[in-house]
Design a protein around this ligand. Structure first.
Ligand code: HEM
Length: 207
């Protein structure tokens, strides 16, 4: 029997819920489809604006994010990297003297690949003395002319000098071109060994 006939034959007071259910289901589906369509539009507009923004930034600053550079604007930092634990002797092999190996430096025990900064850290460059070791002390005291400051021994440093080390550490951590590759197991400092004397009088400039 057709639906119309069924309805005609139905007793008085009978309420047919099926059509209400159907229309409710249909309008529910339509509402959901509408929402999805809106989200699609929003996502499309956002992606288009993002692409336009990157293109404009490239045209004006030749960088994708208006000159902003940090580790997050470096695609290499999105590749999960196995972190290695170095001994100090192992780290020393990465001071740039072997062109086949990357240039690594450590600060406060964290090891960074600074090969892209070879102009700073390669052999013969001003900051080569930082390569292949943890010379945190020199980062704090700015004393690049004394070998005894090229150490991870930070005993006796002032708050300002320690803050200086942390500042350099942040620079390496957020640097657009450098990546953290592991940590170095630093030899414990003998508490009875003499604290390196301050740099006063010695050249604070790079050697
Ligand atoms: C007369 C003193 C100094 C001058 C004129 C000087 C100058 C410079 C210049 C021009 C740069 C290049 C900046 C760049 O292009 O991004 C640089 C980088 C650097 N300086 Fe100095 N500097 C001096 C002292 C020092 C000292 C005492 C330290 C030790 C803490 C130091 C550590 C560094 C490091 C680690 C970099 C490389 C940063 C990187 O890898 O991006 N400098 N310096």
């Amino acid at each position: 029997m057709s639906e119309l006939k069924q309805r005609r034959n139905a007793p008085r007071g009978y309420v047919d819920n099926t059509s209400a259910k159907h229309s409710h289901g249909t309008s529910g589906n339509a509402a959901r489809a509408d929402r999805i369509a809106w989200w699609r539009i929003v996502i499309r507009i956002t992606l288009t604006l993002l692409a336009l923004n990157i293109c404009l930034s490239f045209l004006i600053t030749e960088t994708p994010f208006w000159g902003h550079k940090s580790k997050w604007t470096n695609w290499r930092n999105y590749i999960p990297r196995k972190q290695r634990v170095f001994t100090q002797l192992e780290l020393a092999q990465y001071d740039g003297t072997d062109p086949e190996k990357p240039i690594l430096l450590a600060i406060e025990g964290d090891v960074y690949d600074v090969t892209l900064g070879s102009g700073f850290y390669g052999p013969g460059s001003s900051y080569h003395l930082f390569a292949g070791r943890d010379a945190s002390r020199a980062f704090g005291t700015n004393c690049l002319s004394r070998k005894d400051h090229l150490t991870h021994d930070t005993r006796g440093l002032s708050e300002g000098e320690l803050a200086g080390i942390r500042g350099w550490h942040r620079l390496f951590d957020n640097h657009q071109q450098y990546v953290k590759v592991g940590v170095v197991n630093l030899d414990p400092i003998d508490p009875n060994s003499p604290i390196p004397p301050p740099c006063d009088g010695a050249k604070a400039k790079p050697i």
